[in-house]
Design a binder for this molecule. Structure first.
Ligand SMILES: O=C(O)C(=O)C[C@]1(C(=O)O)C=C[C@@H](O)C=C1
Length: 479
């Protein structure tokens, strides 16, 4: 299944290749930056129209065909971009890249689930391969620029990888598409319809902002560093690469925290807050080291799995329509892919700084959405959270019971020395009486008393067993 991941390495490159070559493509097509930015928006358009349709079709017709389709579309995109005779054709090719992305996603994600593997870790690996692509490409672009080599090599590399991957992919056998999805009630939220509607709106919009924040950043950071801060070519592209490394680190952190049962809403809240802080530093800092650190931190917090965490939360809200929700969430994400380049292209006519800094507004809106979500979900209980609480209480009870058994054992020893019987009805009666007095909830008294009868029965058995064992040891020593 390596080829499924390799596709995402290429996809990571595809996401930023136009933005990273904006100047060169502008020269090639004899168009200003803003027009190249419009072309980039084509990717979003492609995804926008393809996600829901391809998602439904991939469920029906099997996954492999759609991954083939994705690879072929990407091949046409990467190789065609260099020879696109007009800006319109370039736009069509960008749309094709968006379609390729949707086809890969709708084919790959369900496949991982159908493979029965831990899809959490598969998702992490997908993201890691994507980030690897996003990491390698800016370095390659900077290398080509510095050596004054043809920028087109950055398009030839992914074409080459795709061709190799196609060869690897042909013999791969796919699991049968499993159309029955189990509805997991675990973790489904018990909320009022009104609250749910608001949450759905917030989270769908979060699909937009969480994607927009990343797209805007990757599109403008290198240009901003060059144009506004006079950073060298290498330094400017490095900022994007270090952001990609940050995103990989972020994915690992989010993965680890979610496995430790940190709540999704808390995680989203903290990450979005930190993303805003690091973005502020990037937007207003001047020093390269500071920007590099802030860019890394922004990668960790804004591109390290927050979008996926938002989606997870969304799916928990309505566990019966996961497929549709994934489509809706990614459609909102695609809206961002499509609209951000257009809006920022327009802003860049004023200044590149304005284009980059507009990300602050999106970041604040994203944080607002997460805060509303957090507010709506506060005090709500899920099966998972209540069970977590019970497990914690049980841990405490076990510690106390262990102590009780130790004390009971001591009583047993004293009783044996004093030749008293183990059973002491009077004492048991006192204990049961005390429970009735001490329990603030009278309804619980019979249940508590029953539990204590069991505890004391087990105490007696434990005492008897210990006495027997002691005597046995004593007999053995005698012989
Ligand atoms: O207090 C005692 O005599 C005990 O042995 C302890 C204990 C208990 O579990 O609390 C156990 C058995 C007796 O019948 C009464 C009480």
């Amino acid at each position: 299944m390596t080829c499924l991941y390799l596709n995402y390495f290429v996809h990571g490159i595809g996401l930023i290749i136009l933005a990273q070559n904006m100047k060169e493509l502008g020269d090639l097509w004899k168009q200003p930056l803003a027009t190249v930015s419009y072309v980039i928006s084509g990717i979003g358009i492609g995804k926008l129209f393809a996600y829901l349709v391809l998602g439904v079709l991939a469920d029906r017709f099997g996954r492999k065909k759609f991954i083939y389709f994705g690879i072929i579309c990407y091949l046409i995109f990467f190789s065609g971009m260099l020879i696109a005779p007009t800006i319109q054709i370039a736009y069509l090719l960008a749309i094709l890249a968006g379609v390729a992305n949707s086809a890969l996603d709708t084919g790959t994600y369900p496949t991982f689930i159908e493979l029965g593997k831990n899809n959490g870790s598969a998702n992490i690996l997908i993201k890691a391969f994507m980030s690897a692509g996003e990491f390698v490409l800016p370095l390659l672009v900077a290398f080509l620029e510095n050596r004054e080599l043809w920028f087109g090599w950055s398009f030839i590399l992914p074409t080459f990888v795709l061709l190799i991957n196609l060869g690897l992919f042909i013999p791969v056998k796919f699991p049968l598409a499993n159309t029955i999805t189990q509805v997991s009630q675990q973790g489904s939220l018990q909320l009022k319809a009104m609250k749910k509607n608001w949450l759905a709106v917030c989270l769908a919009l979060y699909g937009y902002t969480s994607m927009a924040i990343m797209i805007l950043y990757t599109q403008w950071i290198s240009l901003y560093a060059q144009a506004e801060l006079n950073f060298s070519n290498w330094q400017s592209h490095f900022l994007l690469s270090i952001y990609s490394i940050g995103s990989i680190v972020g994915v690992l952190i989010v993965f680890a925290l979610l496995r430790k049962n940190v709540s999704e809403t808390t995680l989203l809240l903290i990450l979005n807050l930190l993303a805003l802080v690091s973005l502020t530093l990037v937007c207003w800092g001047q020093n390269f080291n500071l920007l590099a650190i802030a860019s890394f931190a922004f990668g960790v917090t804004a591109a390290g799995g927050v979008m996926k965490t938002g989606l997870n939360l969304f799916l928990k809200l309505f566990p019966r329509i996961k497929g549709l929700l994934t489509g809706i969430f990614f459609t909102f994400g695609s809206l961002a892919l499509f609209s951000v380049p257009i809006l920022t292209g327009w802003l860049s006519k004023t200044s590149v700084a304005l284009a980059l800094r507009s990300n602050m507004i999106i970041c604040v809106i994203g944080l607002g959405l997460v805060m509303v979500t957090w507010g709506l979900l506060r005090n709500t209980t899920t099966l998972k959270t209540v069970r977590q609480r019970i497990s914690l209480i049980d841990r405490g009870i076990i510690i106390l019971l262990k102590r009780r058994f130790r004390a009971v054992d001591q009583v047993g020893q004293i009783k044996e020395q004093e030749h008293q019987p183990i059973l002491d009805r009077a004492r048991e009666q006192v204990i049961l009486q005390k429970i009735a007095v001490e329990s603030s909830d009278q309804q619980l008294v019979p249940y508590l008393q029953d539990i204590y009868r069991q505890i004391m029965k087990n105490s007696r058995n434990y005492q008897a067993a210990n006495q027997r064992e002691k005597n046995l040891n004593f007999e053995e020593k005698k012989h």
